[in-house]
Every structure is written in structure tokens, then in C-alpha cells.
Design a protein around this ligand. Structure first.
Ligand SMILES: Nc1nc2c(c(=O)[nH]1)N[C@H]1C(S)=C(S)[C@@H](COP(=O)(O)OP(=O)(O)OC[C@H]3O[C@@H](n4cnc5c(=O)[nH]c(N)nc54)[C@H](O)[C@@H]3O)O[C@H]1N2
Ligand SMILES: Nc1nc2c(c(=O)[nH]1)N[C@H]1C(S)=C(S)[C@@H](COP(=O)(O)OP(=O)(O)OC[C@H]3O[C@@H](n4cnc5c(=O)[nH]c(N)nc54)[C@H](O)[C@@H]3O)O[C@H]1N2
Ligand code: SF4
Ligand SMILES: [Mo]
Length: 906
């Protein structure tokens, strides 16, 4: 019998509600929860494919330990694992003090998980060395809100998007990173033709496609832009003087600074026309309702805190905050980045928005926990924590729900730190992540669909997440692992772990967290699991006695500061940590793609999520490419002093000269280098300690690896593809360039691409064939040209192409994998696969699936466009872009690209 359980999507901070369909103890489907206020039934491509991530073969099922680094792990029991961990931590603490151990956790944990990790470090062990991947993500937003508005609270709601008259998107690309929020932006545009959308992004991103004004500023010049806009607001009399006088302080000092930020001066700094700055400021100031949405383009900067303050100033100066359709809305990245912030999950914070630096706050938390004190020495933030591991200052680290051996910048240093560390525990749901290779102890955690607890989304909305199925093998809930470990450690350290961690379930942890918020700005004393289940997800604050949560903050203009007033901060434009120079002339940006999630431990198990791009691609400007003798499809080496990575390069519209862009998703599990973080910058913001992941100065050079190889192998089902993917990883190390990934839909494919300086020998080719299970000769056709060192093989089965291995000449791979994925290629066409130059047979054009929901390819769309279709006709005829809508910007771009060609032809 099928049943449905209410849960949330475990990917981005939009926090969409989902209904998980189960049959027995299996997840068989997922759909958007029509009752969830965040999404009202909609899901994006990632949310809609969550069920396909639910039963993959490479989950971590049992605790595993490694006797020696470099050796493989062996299964152990929970008792042995947690006793060993407790003994190692206790011995380290006894010998070197509490600050010799650290916890590095994640905004993807539940609030309850987060709470117990903090209590373990700060309450039981007595160290503030607990930091999280939110340091790479939201810590500048936290610091920006605190410096200006007093506390860390995004004041807006998704509802505001529909009420806004101007939407200012700065350093965010919600079309791919927060797709359901972007659907609201599109809804707002459809409902109000006068709506103005402004996008500030050095790239013409997917989100910039619908902008009325795109400001392609030089990377890292946001403060100049915001100060320039404030200059125009003041000059043109668009400041709300009354609001500024009554509800803010510090305006005059900032006004004095921005006098020098004339549109002309700012145009020079930002590299955009002066009139665009004026236009943006006027639209903003005259709108009556301006909503800003921002994310990593502002946060991941050595000026991240002031970037945030800079955009918040525009709202304070115009009084456009605490009003419908207005306010500074920081979009949160991870599904529970907010919950982590609420429980004080950073090394400088304490429970319920309290500060470690504040003695009264420390005393309050100590009283709440029933411990004599919480330590006053600030803990190490992420970058410093790994530096301390490398130097030996920190000796043991417990990592949960994050993958630092991919996501931290300067991977050479990070991997050395993990290698140097005396003891590394990794609490993971999946066995294959780059960090797993460094773990002495691997602890299996429950994952999506199995977990329970609460999460808070971007608009402060708390949802109660229910378990739909039990965790596989012996995997346990994150909170449960921590509680068990804490009790064991407490016994060894002579602290009463049983008393500090009495919890029998997640609910009792929630109730304690709830109590910690009493009287604070985020007071949720009115909430309970039962209430959330009955009344649905609620926004904080929601104090005892409230009939519902609060949608909009600061409606009365009173801010949670000592004098009740918000503060202007004297922010100035400063250079990025690295400015391109003669040695490293290109500014490298990195970020997200629509269908992948970070290190791909989950999205990388779903073949169709590779259909947009199944290989990491560095995007460059055509002039920079010409200058280096590069054409699209060539391989390049991206380098700086920190490291190097070899990737394929492509000319992409939307980049200015001197800028390049690379997705963050590919790491050593899918290619043979750590990816973009081999070169990314680890300099940090002085207030938020967030690293400047968005800007690195690099050199990009052509690499001559003329001998190309590719294997495409069709599998019967996803499970078979995942097993093959796993073994194919062993080939990555054999080549100078290599990537492996999935592709397709009904017939999942595993695709390997590699390149070498010289032709590989027959033994290497045989090894590749064995790896892909195509070493036999049954059904095989081969083509070889010994002189040109070309060796191709195709294997057919029941009249269908099952695998192709191409060495020395691989041009056919792109159309072949497409045709194989769509099952269009019968055995009679095999000769095309093997023919010299590998041209596609007539009728088989290279194609990409654009709309994954309706299975519509670019070829189909172009056909319709050639027949005169416009956007509505496309949607009506092909149904593309009518389900989750994630592909709408892509289709729009195709429509726009089609139009000029027609005009030119006419
Ligand atoms: N599909 C998908 N969605 C995700 C995630 C994912 O992995 N995949 N991750 C989630 C997480 S944790 C996060 S934090 C969010 C991130 O969400 P976003 O921040 O929206 O996404 P990014 O691609 O990291 O960066 C956004 C934009 O910043 C621009 N940018 C770079 N430098 C600058 C600059 O100096 N100034 C300005 N104004 N812009 C700049 C980039 O060109 C990019 O288009 O996404 C969340 N959603
Ligand atoms: N160059 C560059 N680097 C970046 C960024 C960028 O824009 N550019 N963005 C940064 C940002 S904003 C972020 S948020 C980070 C994200 O970086 P990471 O945190 O490293 O990203 P994930 O791959 O999401 O890691 C989460 C891990 O938790 C595991 N997991 C999933 N569910 C559970 C669970 O319930 N319990 C446990 N214990 N484990 C689970 C997953 O398998 C996965 O391996 O990357 C940062 N790094
Ligand atoms: S927008 Fe997509 S990834 Fe984000 S929560 Fe919703 S379904 Fe999940
Ligand atoms: Mo993030």
C-alpha cells in the first residue's frame, strides 16, 4: 500500500515542502506539497528527482574504521566505533586541552542535530571549536545583518516578491540556485508589467536573462555600486529623511563617504555606464517597494560583511524595509543554514542569537545547560580550523554532513591538514566523498526521507520534517550519534554526559532549544512539534500565546539594537584579495548549475541530472580564448600559486573579457583534480571570516593532450550504472585529463572522457574495456588505424548499441551518447560510430534535453522556432517549461537567440 509522508526538500534554502510516497519501507515517489507555504506544490528538477537518490548503492551502511591512512576501511560495530572515538577525543583533551579538538559541521543538518553538536563542544568539552560550512556560505550575511539591523534576521517573506515594484538581485542567481523563488519572480513579472528587475552580476547569468537592467560589474565592486546608488538617492532627493532620522544612526558619516561615489567615479570602478547606476538608483528610490535578493556574489568576498551592509543601507535610506514588497532579503543557501544560525552554530555564536563575546550571554547559556560556564575564548572558524589542523594545534576533528576535501578553497592545504590530523571522524550518509578518504572512522548517518527534526528556510519558516522510511543498514540519525558519543565521552572526562544529554528523541532536543529562545528576537516558545503538524510550517518569532508566526519584521521601525535604531556602517570600496595581474590575468568566478548540488554525492547518482552538462566546463570570453589559441572543446590548465586543474573550455555568452567561470560541483569523485577549489582563494573577511570563494586570479593555458579517449556504456538501470560509475573512478588516475559521469533518462549511461599526451598502448585499452565490461568479442565491431593510433570498438546486443569505446578520435561521443540515451541508435548505425571523424548519420543531430520534466530537446525547440513558434506556442505544443519551470530561462534564451538570426536572414 502506498502512503505519503510530509517532509522537505533537502537541497536549497527555499525549503520546499515535499510529499514522500512510500511503499512498505521503500521510497517510490516524491511530489511538491501543495499545502506547504514555501512552494505550494512546485518543485525544481533537483527536488523532483529526490526519490531517485533514495536507494543508491553507495550509501554508508555500517560504521567503518581504517587502521592506517591509505588502507581500506573495515566494518566495525557502533559500540566499538563510538568507544574508540570517545577514547581518542578524551585522550587528546586530557593531554592537550579542550581546544585541541574541533567539530566541523553543516547547514544541512537538522536544528536538533546542530543543537547537540554545539552543546557537546561548548557545554561538555569546553571548546568553541565548532564551526560549519555556513562559514563558506552565510556568515557574511549574519555579520551584515548584525552590524546594521542588530540581529541576524532576514526581515522578508516570499510573499514580498509578489508585492515588490522593483526586484534588485545582486550576487545571486536564483534561476538556478533558488528556482522556486525565481518562479515567484516570474509570477511577479507576469502579474505586473511595470515591475523592474535589476541584476548585478559580473556574468550575464540565467537570472539576468529576465532583467530590465543588467549591471555586469567588475567582480568585487559591489560596495562601489551600492555607495554610488546611495549617492544618487541623496542627490536626487530620494532619501526618506524622516525614516532616517527616526529609525537609524550613522547616516551622516556614510553620506560624507558616498559624496565621492559619483556615478562617473563608480562607472569607472565597476566598469559599467554611469547612466545605468543612476537608472538603478532611481528605479529603486522611486519604487515605493524595492526588494533586494542576494547571496554568494556578496557573501563570498573579503568584503562580504560590508557588501551586505552596503545593500541594506539602500533600504534604510529609503525606508523600504518592514513594508510589503520591500526589504533586504538574504537568500540562504543550504536547507537549514538558518536553523544552524538559530542555535549558534558558529565558533563565535551561542544559542538563540547570543554572542560568545558577551559575558551575560555566556552566563545565560551556562545556566540553561546547567554547566558552570561556557568557554570565552573564540573558537576557530573554518579556514583557521583547517590551518590549525595542518599546524598540529588541533589534533582531532569530527566532520559531519559536509565535504571539506572538495568545498573548502585551497585544496592542497586542506588535504594536507586532513592528512596531518591525528584523528578524523566523518559522519556521512554516503560512502563516496572526497573527505571519506581521510577518515579514520566513518559513521553512517540517515539521509533524506529517513531523517526527522526541524529545518528553517530563507524566510524564517520552520517545518517539521518526518521520517518516511527507516535508514539503511545500521545508519543512525545525526542527533542520536552525537548524544551517544557525548555520553561516552562524558564518562571518560568525568562530566555528566547522561545529565547533559538526556534526550530520548529529537522532540526533547527541540523543546530545550525552544526554551533557549525565550525572550530573544527569535522567540519560538509558542511552537511545538504538535502545533507545527496541526497548523503547518511557521515563521519566527512565534512566542508563547501567538496565534501564528511573523511574516515581516521591523514594521514599526524598531530594531533590536540598544537604542532601537538601525545603523549605517561607513563602508568603502576596497580591492579583492587578488587582482588579476600579468602572471595571473584572469578573474575566475565559480558557482552553481541548475541540476547539481555541491559535491554531487546525491545529484551525481541521478543520470538525468547530467543532461545539461556531463563534464565540467570552464566558460571563457572569445577574445581571451583567441589570444591563447583556444577553440571551444580544447583542454586548458587553470593555475595559480595554490594549484591547478585541467578542464575543457568553451566560449559562452555572458562573460566579459578577463573573466572566466567554472561550476563548483566537480571534485575528485568525478574528475582527476579537486576541481575549482584547487585554485580558489582562502583569504577571509575580517568580520565574518568568510573566504573569498568567488574571486581568484588565475592563468589559463592550452594543454596539449592530443590523444583523446571516451567510453560510453549503456546500463540496464540506475543501480547498474552506479556500480559501473564507482569502478570507472579507478581509471581517473591513469590520465592527465579524465572525467566520469552519468547521462540519459530511460537507459542510463556511464560516460568516461580522458586525454593523454601520447597514444596509449593496447594493454591500457584492454584494461579500459575490462573496466567497462566490453572486453569480450561477442557483438563487437572494431575499427583500427594503427598509423593514426586510432582504436575504436562498438558492442551491440539485441540490435542495440550497448557500448562504444573510442581511442584517438572521439568526436562522435556527443551525438552518440545522446542517441544511445534516447535509444535511437540501432546496430545498423554502428559504422557511423566508428567511422573516421565520427560524423553523425543523417537525422541524428547532437541534442540536449532542455526540459527534463517534459523530455524536450533543444533540437525539438529549434524545429518549432524555425516553424515560427514563440514562447507560449512552445509551451503549448511541447509542454516544455510548464512543469517545474527551471528551464524557462534557457528556453527564453533560445527564443531570443533565434530572433536575430531570423532578422538577419530577412
Ligand atoms: N542548483 C543548486 N542550487 C543551490 C546549490 C547548489 O549546489 N546547486 N547550493 C545552495 C547553496 S549552499 C547556496 S549558498 C546558494 C548560492 O546561490 P547563489 O549565490 O545565487 O549562486 P552562486 O552560483 O554561488 O553565485 C551567484 C552569482 O554570483 C555572481 N558573482 C560572482 N562574483 C560576484 C561579485 O563580485 N558581485 C556580484 N554582484 N555577483 C558576483 C556569480 O556570477 C553568480 O551568478 O545556492 C543554493 N542552491
Ligand atoms: N569554489 C567554490 N567553493 C564553494 C562554493 C562556491 O560557490 N565556490 N560554495 C560554498 C558553499 S556556499 C557551501 S554551502 C559549501 C557546500 O559544501 P559541502 O558542505 O561540502 O557540500 P555538500 O556536497 O552538500 O556536502 C554535504 C555532505 O553531507 C552528506 N549528507 C547528506 N545528508 C546527510 C545527513 O543527513 N547527515 C550526514 N551526516 N551527512 C549527510 C552528503 O552526502 C555530502 O557529502 O561549498 C562551498 N564551496
Ligand atoms: S527550489 Fe528546488 S532545490 Fe530548492 S528546496 Fe525547492 S525543490 Fe528543493
Ligand atoms: Mo551555501
Amino acid at each position: 500500500m502506498k502512503t505519503e509522508v510530509k517532509s522537505t526538500c533537502c537541497y536549497c534554502g527555499v525549503g520546499c515542502g515535499v510529499l514522500i510516497e512510500t511503499e512498505g519501507e521503500r521510497i517510490v515517489g516524491v511530489r511538491g506539497d501543495p499545502e506547504h507555504p514555501a512552494n505550494r506544490g512546485r518543485l525544481c528538477t533537483k527536488g523532483a528527482t529526490l526519490n531517485l537518490t533514495a536507494n543508491p548503492s553507495y550509501r554508508l551502511h555500517y560504521p567503518e574504521r581504517r587502521a592506517q591512512r591509505g588502507e581500506s576501511t573495515v566494518r566495525t560495530t557502533w559500540d566499538q566505533a563510538l568507544d574508540e572515538a570517545a577514547e581518542r577525543f578524551a585522550a587528546t583533551i586530557r593531554q592537550h586541552g579542550p581546544d585541541s579538538v574541533a567539530f566541523y559541521i553543516s547547514g544541512q543538518l537538522m536544528t536538533e542535530d546542530y543543537y547537540v553538536f554545539n552543546k557537546l563542544a561548548k557545554g561538555l568539552i569546553g571548546t568553541n571549536n565548532v564551526d560549519t560550512n555556513s562559514r563558506l556560505c552565510m556568515s557574511s550575511a549574519v555579520a551584515g545583518y548584525k552590524q546594521t539591523l542588530g540581529v541576524d534576521a532576514p526581515p522578508c517573506s516570499y510573499e514580498d516578491i509578489l508585492q515588490a515594484k522593483v526586484i534588485f538581485i545582486a550576487g545571486a542567481n536564483p534561476a538556478v540556485a533558488h528556482p522556486i523563488v525565481f518562479r515567484y519572480v516570474e509570477d511577479a513579472r507576469a502579474a505586473n508589467p511595470d515591475l523592474k528587475i535589476i541584476v548585478a552580476d559580473p556574468r550575464r547569468s540565467e537570472s539576468a536573462e529576465i532583467a530590465d537592467l543588467h549591471l555586469p560589474i567588475k567582480p568585487g565592486t559591489d560596495i562601489a555600486l551600492f555607495n554610488g546608488m546611495l549617492h544618487v538617492l541623496i542627490r536626487d532627493g530620494l532619501v526618506d529623511d524622516d525614516y532616517v532620522a527616526r529609525h537609524t544612526t550613522g547616516f551622516d558619516a556614510l553620506a560624507e563617504i558616498v559624496r565621492r561615489y559619483t556615478p562617473e567615479a563608480v562607472a569607472e570602478v565597476c566598469g559599467i555606464p554611469a547612466q545605468d547606476i543612476v537608472q538603478a538608483a532611481r528605479w529603486f528610490g522611486q519604487s515605493g517597494a524595492a526588494l533586494s535578493m542576494y547571496c554568494q556574489g556578496l557573501n563570498q568576498s573579503v568584503h562580504g560583511t560590508h557588501n551586505n551592509a552596503g545593500i541594506i543601507h539602500l533600504h534604510l535610506a529609503t525606508g523600504l524595509i518592514g513594508k510589503p514588497g520591500a526589504g533586504p532579503f538574504s537568500l540562504t543557501g543550504q536547507p537549514n543554514a538558518m536553523g544552524g544560525r538559530e542555535v549558534g552554530g558558529l565558533s563565535n555564536l551561542l544559542s538563540a542569537h547570543r554572542d560568545l563575546a558577551n559575558p551575560q550571554h555566556r552566563a545565560e547559556v551556562a545556566a540553561l545547560w546547567g554547566v558552570p560556564s561556557v568557554p570565552d575564548k573564540p573558537g576557530k572558524s573554518a579556514i583557521d580550523m583547517f590551518a590549525a589542523l595542518k599546524s598540529g594545534e588541533i589534533k582531532a576533528v569530527w566532520i559531519a554532513c559536509t565535504n571539506p576535501a572538495q568545498s573548502l578553497p585551497n585544496q592542497a592545504a586542506v588535504r594536507e591538514a586532513l592528512q596531518t590530523a591525528e584523528y578524523v571522524v566523518l559522519q556521512e550518509a554516503y560512502a563516496n566523498t572526497d573527505t571519506a578518504a581521510y577518515a579514520d572512522l566513518l559513521l553512517p548517518a540517515s539521509g533524506w526521507g529517513e531523517k526527522h527534526g526541524t529545518v528553517t528556510n530563507s524566510e524564517r519558516r520552520i517545518t517539521h520534517v518526518n521520517s518516511a522510511v527507516p535508514a539503511p543498514g545500521e545508519a543512525r540519525h545525526d542527533w542520536d550519534i552525537v548524544v551517544d558519543f557525548a555520553r561516552r565521552l562524558g564518562r571518560l572526562l568525568g562530566t555528566d554526559g547522561e545529565r547533559l544529554f538526556p534526550y530520548a528523541d529529537a522532540e526533547s532536543i527541540f523543546n530545550e532549544h525552544r526554551e533557549s529562545t525565550r525572550g530573544r528576537d527569535l522567540d519560538i516558545t509558542g511552537l511545538s512539534y504538535a502545533w507545527l503538524d496541526a497548523a503547518g510550517p511557521q515563521q519566527w518569532p512565534c512566542p508563547q500565546g501567538a496565534i501564528s508566526g511573523k511574516g515581516r519584521l521591523y514594521e514599526d521601525g524598531v530594531f533590536p539594537t540598544a537604542d532601537g535604531k538601525a545603523r549605517f556602517v561607513p563602508v568603502k570600496h576596497l580591492a579583492t584579495a587578488e587582482t588579476p595581474d600579468a602572471e595571473y590575468p584572469i578573474s575566475l568566478l565559480s558557482g552553481r548549475m541548475r541540476d547539481h548540488w555541491h559535491g554531487m554525492s546525491r545529484t551525481g547518482t541521478v543520470p538525468r541530472l547530467f543532461n545539461l552538462e556531463d563534464e565540467p566546463v570552464l566558460a571563457m570570453h572569445p577574445c581571451d580564448m583567441r589570444h591563447r589559441g583556444l577553440s571551444s572543446g580544447d583542454l586548458v590548465r587553470v593555475t595559480n600559486a595554490r594549484g591547478a586543474s585541467i578542464v575543457r573550455v568553451e566560449e559562452r555568452p555572458g562573460l566579459k573579457k578577463g573573466r572566466a567561470w567554472m561550476p563548483m560541483h566537480w571534485g575528485s569523485q568525478f574528475m582527476n583534480t579537486p576541481g575549482v577549489n584547487a585554485v580558489a582563494c582562502d583569504a577571509t573577511d575580517p568580520y565574518s571570516k568568510q573566504p573569498e570563494l568567488k574571486h581568484a586570479a588565475v592563468q589559463i593555458e592550452k594543454v596539449d593532450l592530443p590523444y583523446a579517449l571516451a567510453v560510453v556504456r549503456r546500463c540496464a538501470h540506475q543501480a547498474e550504472a552506479l556500480t559501473l560509475l564507482q569502478s570507472a573512478r579507478s581509471a581517473l588516475a591513469d590520465y592527465r585529463y579524465a572525467t566520469v559521469g552519468l547521462y540519459g533518462r530511460q537507459s542510463p549511461l556511464v560516460v568516461l572522457r580522458a586525454a593523454a599526451a601520447e597514444a596509449v598502448d593496447d594493454a591500457a585499452i584492454d584494461a579500459l574495456d575490462r573496466l567497462f565490461g566490453i572486453d569480450g568479442s561477442a557483438g563487437a565491431i572494431v575499427y583500427a588505424d594503427a598509423k593514426k593510433r586510432i582504436a575504436k570498438k562498438a558492442v551491440a546486443e539485441d540490435g542495440r548499441l550497448r557500448a562504444v569505446r573510442l581511442c584517438g578520435e572521439t568526436q562522435a561521443v556527443s551525438w552518440l551518447r545522446q542517441a544511445m540515451a534516447e535509444d535511437e541508435l540501432d546496430a545498423s548505425l554502428i559504422r557511423f560510430a566508428l567511422a573516421p571523424l565520427g560524423k553523425p548519420p543523417v537525422g541524428v543531430a547532437p541534442r540536449n534535453i532542455i526540459c527534463k520534466c517534459a523530455d524536450v530537446t533543444d533540437v525539438q525547440i529549434r524545429q518549432e522556432l524555425a516553424g515560427g513558434a514563440d514562447m507560449p506556442k512552445l509551451q503549448e505544443k511541447l509542454r516544455c517549461g510548464t512543469f517545474c519551470g527551471s528551464c524557462v530561462p534557457e528556453i527564453r534564451r533560445m527564443v531570443a537567440e533565434h530572433a536575430p538570426t531570423e532578422a538577419a536572414a530577412a
